[in-house]
Design a protein around this ligand. Structure first.
Ligand code: 5GP
Ligand code: ZN
Length: 125
């Protein structure tokens, strides 16, 4: 069977990316839902009773870069976050996109944290 054409215009899988490996199924994760464009799974080190990561199947280093390159996928991600919040019965929740190591980003494949199930402080730390 012919291979998918390699995407050189950004968005293609990166060999050294943890979340690309989860998208490919090479690293296991507790999946919450999948679509053609996004994958949602439980964070391995939860910071709240509900802590779900939502990632695009395509690889971009952060959320704003994803939104600039593939806005429909960024919208899919946000819509999925809201739908999962409903399924998880979260009345209040926080969607976080850490961007840059100074803000706590450790995996440089765009991802949303969906956090809920406890009270939260503002401003965040
Ligand atoms: P960041 O710090 O980049 O905003 O978020 C990365 C998140 O990925 C962290 O909350 C971390 O706990 C989570 N994480 C790191 N490695 C794994 C893994 O192998 N599986 C899962 N499910 N989550 C992971
Ligand atoms: Zn990636």
């Amino acid at each position: 069977m012919a291979q998918e054409p390699r995407r050189d215009d950004g968005g293609g899988p990166q060999d050294d990316c943890l979340f690309c490996k989860i998208v490919a199924g090479h690293i296991p994760a507790t999946l919450v839902r999948e679509s053609d464009t996004t994958v949602a799974f439980r964070d391995i080190n939860p910071q709240a009773p509900t802590h779900i990561l939502l990632i695009p199947r395509v690889h971009y280093p952060d959320a704003a870069t994803l939104a600039a390159a593939e806005p429909a996928v960024a919208a899919d991600l946000l819509r999925a976050a809201g739908e999962i919040a409903g399924e998880e019965k979260l009345e209040s929740y926080r969607i976080v996109f850490n961007t840059g190591s100074g803000a706590g980003q450790t995996v440089f494949h765009a991802h949303a944290h969906l956090l809920g199930g406890r009270g939260m402080q503002w401003p965040p730390g």
